[in-house]
Write a protein that binds this ligand. Structure first.
Ligand code: C2E
Ligand code: MG
Ligand code: MG
Length: 765
């Protein structure tokens, strides 16, 4: 009730009460009493009217205020809702209706409101709503889409007092959908980041890859946990000084190079490139480990300087493996000095640099004279010891900037820096020859070991190092066979090489023109003189009828790879011819072919042999492959493997020229051969030389004990044949029995042998 109405009402009641009391006390006349009562009643009526007016004015004010508020709401660009004090919806502004798609009228329906607001929005009491600040919830727009909002509610009108039910509340809301989306994305990304960081940390831990990073302007390097572990450090930032101190003294240059890359303006560098370097760092176990640093140089913010960073990987184990592999690939087993591969590699590098540096080198090639005699008389082990001794002598004879290696069997090579003294190579070779004599006099008392040499100057021409070495080797091969020969590469030798090249071209054409012809030499069974086999020997028959022996073109063919073509022809033709004679009715015999190291190591011999047999239809047991011992010794394990595979085909294997190579008798035990061919040099002096006879019979005995048949080649006299027969030699080959002859003559020979046999049978009968 309004204050004035209260006062009027209280005054009227008081007046009426006073008048009534006076009436009783002073006995006032009746009309006066009536007047007084009327007065009191009118006072009462006045009071009541006054209360009504006040009420009316209050309502008016509320309406006006509400309208004012609604007007203000219309102009707001945030969402706004006006509520009555009893939490009843009054009005929503256009921003809100636009956002949720309902009209203000729609919202006045409680059902719609319930759809829009989350259920818990109806739970709080008025007090709770008034007190709430930054209330966040999603409203449901028409169609079901969620709109994330944040609300603040306050009382905007308290016309009848704070605790009265007639106040108005205004809720102001903001659409925070975008913020919420961003927040959710942020959470998602953070989660993903955390996961990827975990994965990164895990993979870094597992992969044992450290990270090293240097940003310009900073004096320290950032190192990852993994690298800290690797180096035994406990802080992620280390100064240049600390890092440098960890570098192996020999790798300080690498450190300096990295440092200068960092201070180079970025524009001078190619940022997309991945660089790689290797260095040793003192590591957690207090030893130096090899690390590979794969890094990138990227522009720093200023673009003037560069960031440098990348992965640090411990490659110590790989390095160890590399050095073992390098050792296997480049160190000779017997002498423990470098082998031919390494000599070629260093030689080529030297060749390339020497021209630029205006420097020249001598290339010297040495060969031990008659090395096979050591092997044959003293055994394989002694031969190896001699090689090892010579290896040491060679190593000690190398002058500064030079290099020594074993480049094959009993061949050694030296690379010596030219100091302007043309006699230097001869001086060095003489020194080596003297050393061998002295050192070997102790080990091989019965023998005088000598060596011959060929040499040439690197700057005297040659397109590459291989050619320079060829020249030195060619000079050595020019040796007349005398001991301690020293031959320098000169014009005469040059002409011979040129002639060799001409021969090579001629030979290539001859192969194409089918000028290669096979001759056949008989192999005789010493027990009864019967024909048991033939050796196919190649001849080059020129169009004018000149017959060129193999000694004149096989070495050229071997050096130029023409040999593979020749061998393919020989294999096929020998099988074809043998099969043809068998088909013609001649008693079947074995045909032997000769293979070289090139055929044996560089092609798939087993497959070629199998193909030749298949194509010609010859049974494998009628084919024999002759290999020399020097061939087998080039790579003994590989040779044994190849020989086994050939033998598996059913083909026979013979060791040709036995006694001329490097091996000793004990050596043949490991080779899967069926026949041992004693070289002509053992046979030549059989009749007059007691020692030759002893050697031959000893070899035959040992071979028999190993169940290996023997054949003697180069038999020219009946005397030799008889001695061999007595010594137990199984087979024989030589001019005495028949020279190598063309196919038609050999056919006659076979016919003759067949009729001899027939006669013998008839006579026996
Ligand atoms: P080899 O395999 O040891 O062949 C035996 C050589 O000794 C043949 O020489 C043969 O004519 C010769 N000979 C045989 N009996 C006597 C004899 O009583 N007295 C003398 N003084 N010599 C005799 P040829 O045919 O000149 O062959 C020489 C070498 O050429 C062969 O030695 C073999 O290593 C090689 N050769 C021959 N034909 C081929 C072939 O088709 N392929 C390959 N890769 N090498 C072949
Ligand atoms: Mg032969
Ligand atoms: Mg031979």
């Amino acid at each position: 009730m309004h204050k004035t109405s209260k006062i009027i009402l209280i005054a009227s009641i008081c007046a009426a009460a006073v008048l009534t009391a006076m009436n009783i006390a002073f006995r006032i006349p009746e009309y006066t009493a009536v007047i007084l009562v009327c007065f009191a009643v009118s006072a009462l009526v006045l009071t009541l009217v006054s209360i009504g007016c006040v009420k009316h004015f209050t309502k008016e004010r509320i309406i006006r205020e509400r309208e004012n508020i609604i007007r203000i709401m219309q102009s707001l660009n945030t969402m706004a809702v006006l509520w009555s004090s009893d939490f009843r919806y009054i009005e929503a502004n256009p921003e809100l209706t636009k956002n949720i798609g309902y009209t203000s009228e729609d919202l006045s329906d409680m059902k719609t409101l319930q759809k829009v607001l989350p259920p818990d929005a109806f739970a709080p009491s008025l007090q709770a709503v008034i007190n709430s600040r930054d209330e966040e919830f999603a409203v449901t727009a028409k169609g079901g889409a969620k709109v994330n909002t944040i609300w603040n509610t306050s009382i905007v009108s308290t016309i009848a007092g704070k605790n009265s039910r007639s106040c108005l509340m205004l809720s102001i809301g903001l659409d925070i959908s975008e913020t919420v989306r961003m927040k959710e994305e942020l959470i998602k990304y953070s989660k993903e980041l955390a996961e990827s960081e975990n994965r990164y940390t895990l993979s870094m831990g597992l992969s044992e890859i450290g990270l090293l990073l240097k940003e310009p302007g900073k004096t320290s390097y950032y190192i990852s946990d993994q690298l800290m572990d690797m180096l035994g450090l406990n802080v992620p930032d280390i100064s240049e000084g600390v890092l440098k101190a960890r570098f192996h003294p020999s790798d300080i240059m690498t450190f300096n190079a990295l440092q200068s890359a960092m201070v180079s303006p970025y524009s001078e560098l190619n940022g997309s490139e991945i660089h790689s370097t290797e260095f040793r760092l003192l590591s957690s176990d207090n030893t130096y480990h090899w690390y590979q640093f794969r890094y990138k140089i990227t522009p720093a913010e200023t673009k003037l300087l560069a960031n440098i960073g990348g992965a640090v990987i411990d490659v110590t184990k790989d390095k160890e493996k590399d050095s073992i592999i390098e050792k296997m690939a480049y160190i000779d087993d017997v002498t423990q000095i470098f082998n031919r591969n390494k000599f070629m590699q260093i030689g080529q590098e030297t060749f390339e640099c020497s021209a630029e540096a205006g420097q020249s080198y001598w290339v010297i090639v040495l060969d031990i004279d008659n090395f096979h005699i050591i092997n044959d008389t003293c055994g394989y082990q002694s031969g190896n010891k001699l090689l090892a001794d010579l290896g040491k002598i060679i190593e000690n004879s190398v002058t500064e900037g030079g290099f020594g290696a074993r480049i094959g069997g009993d061949n050694f090579a030296l690379l010596i820096r030219d100091i302007g003294d043309d006699d230097l190579p001869v001086k060095i070779i003489n020194h080596i020859q003297q050393e061998i004599k002295e050192s070997c006099a102790q080990s091989f008392s019965v023998q005088t070991i000598t060596c011959s040499a060929g040499y040439c100057k690197m700057s005297d021409g040659g397109k590459d190092f291989a050619q320079v070495l060829d020249r030195a080797e060619f000079s050595l091969s020019m040796s007349d066979g005398s001991k301690s020969n020293i031959i320098r590469y000169d014009n005469k030798i040059h002409d011979k090489i040129i002639a060799g090249t001409a021969l090579e071209n001629e030979l290539a054409a001859a192969i194409e023109n089918n000028e290669m012809v096979l001759y056949y030499q008989p192999k005789i069974d010493l027990s009864d003189g019967s024909l048991m086999g033939m050796e196919a020997l190649i001849r080059w028959v020129k169009p004018d009828g000149t017959v060129v022996p193999p000694s004149q073109f096989i070495p050229v063919a071997e050096n130029s790879m023409l040999i593979t073509k020749i061998s393919a022809f020989v294999l096929k033709e020998a099988c074809r011819q043998n099969k043809e004679w068998q088909v013609m009715g001649y008693p079947p015999i074995t045909v032997s072919i000769n293979l070289t190291a090139v055929d044996f190591y560089q092609t798939d011999v087993k497959e070629s042999i199998q193909n030749a047999l298949n194509e010609t239809g010859l049974d494998a047991k009628w084919l024999d492959v002759e290999l020399t011992e020097s061939l087998a010794l080039k790579d003994i394990d590989h040779a044994i493997q190849q020989m086994k595979e050939i033998k598996e085909l059913g083909v026979k294997l013979s060791m040709d020229d036995f006694g001329t190579g490097y091996s000793s008798l004990s050596y043949i035990q490991v080779l899967p051969i069926t026949l041992l061919k004693l070289d002509r040099s053992f046979i030549m002096y059989l009749e007059e030389d007691e020692i030759s006879r002893e050697i031959v019979s000893a070899v035959i005995r040992i071979a028999k004990s190993k169940k290996i048949e023997t054949i003697a080649e180069g038999i020219e006299t009946i005397g030799q044949a008889e001695i061999l027969k007595k010594s137990g030699c199984d087979l024989a080959q030589g001019y005495f029995f028949g020279k190598p002859m063309p196919a038609d003559q050999f056919e006659e020979f076979m016919a003759m042998k067949a009729s001899q046999k027939q006669e013998a049978v008839t006579a026996d009968a």
